[in-house]
Design a protein around this ligand. Structure first.
Ligand code: DX5
Ligand code: ZN
Length: 216
């Protein structure tokens, strides 16, 4: 079953506990955490102090998406916060294998992400061979509520073909501008994990599970 990852960037931060509890009835979802440093991207969000206790109010796996210049700083910092997946950007580190090797000893899943202007070919082959997840950014990272960039469709196809041809095990995740209008097409192309922020959190909390299902 396709995983849906609600991005709390669009939730009501004054009521974060209720927002997460409203997602409890959902099946097969990850809670997507957008960690931004105001350097790698032009926005600043939250870090350890906010993330640290989230696992106490949700049973769902936590999916940390680091949009930061120095992801290696966070490998150790976040190790006790019950993060399921640790994703960082290939643009942030010319030698991603170091982070992946260290990260695999700490987290159940490690992901690598590419921005809209970064080609799939920028992900080294040795990374493709061992990475658990590839996150295709379908908007410029930094803000929710932007429009889906169509070139991302070609990247999904390319990564799906590479995966089939070489028997790679990574899941393909997509993030930015996801709605019920494009979700089916993305799933048909091979996406396994859809991140959605503004689409899911635009209505009232009792409707979140329905919004999640509408993407599947
Ligand atoms: C943007 C973040 C996304 C964001 C998606 O940089 O990585 O996770 O929350 O928001 P929507 O779904 O509104 O495009
Ligand atoms: Zn994200």
């Amino acid at each position: 079953m396709v995983i849906i990852s609600p991005s709390i960037l669009s939730c009501d931060f004054l009521n974060i506990e209720n927002e997460l509890r409203a997602l409890e009835p959902c099946k097969n979802i990850w809670i997507h955490l957008d960690i931004m440093d105001s350097h790698f991207v032009p926005n600043l969000t939250f870090g350890g102090p906010v993330v640290k206790n989230l696992h106490k109010i949700t049973k769902h796996p936590l999916d940390a998406h680091f949009m930061v210049t120095n992801p290696e700083f966070f490998l150790d910092d976040f190790k006790n916060y019950k993060i399921h997946n640790f994703t960082f950007h290939v643009e942030a580190n010319p030698n991603p294998m170091d982070i992946i090797t260290k990260g695999k000893k700490i987290y159940p899943s490690i992901g690598i992400s590419i921005k809209p202007k970064t080609p799939v070919s920028q992900i080294p082959k040795e990374v493709l061979e061992c990475i658990d997840l590839i996150l295709i950014m379908s908007v410029e990272p930094g803000f929710g509520g932007q429009k889906f960039i169509e070139i991302s469709l070609d990247k999904i196809k390319e990564l799906d073909q590479l995966r089939k041809k070489n028997k790679y095990h990574y899941q393909i995740q997509i993030d930015g501008g996801i709605t019920n209008q494009n979700a089916k097409q993305l799933i048909d192309l091979g996406v396994n994990n859809l991140v959605a922020g503004s689409y899911i959190f635009s209505g009232s909390p009792q409707g979140y599970p329905q919004m999640v299902e509408s993407l599947r």
